[in-house]
Design a protein. Structure first.
Length: 491
């Protein structure tokens, strides 16, 4: 049995966003770019951790001095490209925290920020130890190497470049790492050198490459390869309690969405959902309660094809699981499931014009009691749609580009961001070029805020405002055209 396209959408506060911040150093980014990756004026990409809820909530002192003092982690963002930066949303408060690579030969390329126990954890290269586990409290002195996990040689790295899957579970931070001996296995840390340990060597002959960590019912679920293909595993945080759930072969990482929102297993009513191939039905919708007996196929959506329906783009909305699937007749369309075969149905044949093609719904996000997504009806191109879960209630919000069937700037766009009851995104109406748009879910409430021709990427919310990057600049918006302004240039 093969599982693929294990995806979920989590809250905006869990998004890993990419934001470039140029430094005086230069270096070559040899990693593969992922959706949301941007160019900072060179060849480097970076990331932002979203440590604020966007409400401005939180207490405690903060400082704009990275060299000392106490920083309220919930009120700042960590930015990176060549080095570790942070911002509080102001020009003066956007600053270099630390150049973790103090050598003269390269940059640190920090990546994968994750908040845990009052600090932010990430991978970084100090020019000596390779990509290893670091943490920062927002100050220069508080930005330190947690552990040199792979100490087998100069520049020996513990992490894949530009890949992270840091997950907090039961008071520890879990991730995959390579110590240079056991390959990429499951690790955990309490934030100390001694407390950073390999949990289990799942594949003694190589790497198990655990990914897609998801917490459910007191256990952490993930996929790992013990040597005969990836399987569904779970752990309680102990070596003995790290076990395979069922002998289900799941797909390699190349089939997984690199967008952080789309990693992991969607959870509905105490069960995990995923796409799996049992060798008979092709890729179909499966679920698991964490036991072998409770891991079952929900429905054979496409019984006419050995390839199956290939369900993907999972999100939980109004007590049901929504996803895209191909039933072999209508193409890739919008489906939903309550976890039963009878309750797994197509919501609407959005694109009935192009037989077998479908609307290819994607980029799901919940806004004001509706599920928004992008799709094509075969006439208007990829536009913004919404659904209440019924066929009649599945409608296009607005045809933004009436000229030739507009779409968002990038298929399966990842920077849809909600703030104060509005959804913000980039779109191109072929009149104003790449621009910042917002919508309240109605046609009249879908409006252009500002045209910024260099394009927009990496949206995030901080202290009640929307932030994004355009080129090598940080911008913010209060939701009005006049209030959409430049914060700082990184050049």
């Amino acid at each position: 049995m093969t599982i693929r396209n294990i995806k979920r959408v989590t809250g905006i506060a869990a998004l890993l966003l990419i934001l470039g911040a140029c430094s005086s150093n230069s270096g070559q980014d040899n990693g593969a770019n992922t959706p949301g990756a941007v160019n900072d004026g060179g060849s480097n990409t970076g990331s932002v951790t979203n440590t604020s809820s966007g409400t401005g909530a939180g207490s405690g002192p903060s400082t704009t001095n990275p060299n000392g003092g106490v920083v309220n982690i919930s009120q700042i963002k960590f930015l990176s490209a060549n080095d570790v930066w942070r911002t509080d949303g102001t020009a003066d408060g956007t600053m270099l925290v630390k150049d973790t690579n103090a050598t003269s030969v390269g940059n640190s390329f920090p990546y994968g920020y994750k908040e845990f126990n009052g600090a932010v954890y990430f991978q970084s290269n100090d020019g000596v130890n390779g990509f290893e586990l670091w943490k920062s409290d927002g100050t220069t002195n508080g930005t330190v190497l947690v552990k040199n996990i792979n100490n087998t040689g100069n520049q020996a790295s513990a992490f894949h470049y530009r890949f992270s899957d840091f997950t907090v579970f039961n008071g520890a931070l879990y991730f995959q790492a390579d110590n240079g001996v056991n390959g990429f296995e499951i690790w955990k840390t309490d934030g100390t050198d001694a407390g950073t340990v390999m949990l289990k060597d799942i594949n003694p002959a190589g790497s198990s490459s655990p990914t897609d960590f998801t917490s459910m019912n007191g256990a952490l679920y993930f996929r790992a390869d013990a040597g005969n293909g990836a399987r569904l595993w779970k752990t309680d945080g102990t070596n003995a309690g790290t076990v395979m759930v069922k002998d289900l072969k799941i797909a390699t990482a190349t089939t997984m969405a690199p967008d952080d929102r789309m990693r992991g297993f969607p959870v509905l009513n105490g069960e995990l959902y995923f796409s799996a191939d049992d060798g008979v039905h092709g890729y179909e919708l499966w679920k698991s309660d964490g036991t072998a007996a409770g891991t079952v196929m929900v429905k054979d959506i496409n019984p006419v094809s050995a390839a199956g329906s290939s369900p993907a783009e999972f999100i939980v909305f109004n007590g049901a699981l929504y996803f895209e699937a191909n039933d072999g007749m209508n193409g890739v369309e919008l489906w939903k499931s309550d976890g039963t075969a009878d309750g797994t149905t197509m919501v609407k044949d959005i694109n009935s014009i192009g037989p077998g093609f479908g609307s290819i719904p994607a980029s799901f996000i919940i806004l004001n009691g509706a599920l928004c997504f992008q799709a094509t009806d075969g006439v208007n191109g990829y536009e913004l749609w919404k659904t209440d879960g019924t066929s009649a209630g599945t409608t296009m919000v607005k045809d933004i580009n009436v000229e030739n069937g507009a779409r968002f700037s990038e298929y399966r766009f990842t920077d849809l961001t909600i703030l104060n009851g509005a959804l913000y995104f980039q779109a191109n109406d072929h009149v104003n070029g790449p621009a910042l748009w917002k919508t309240d879910g109605s046609a009249a409430g879908t409006v252009l805020l500002k045209s910024i021709n260099t394009g927009l990427t990496n949206f995030f919310v901080l202290n009640g405002a929307l932030y994004f990057q355009s080129g090598a600049s940080l911008w913010k918006s209060d939701g009005t055209a006049a209030g959409t302004v430049l914060v700082k240039n990184f050049n």
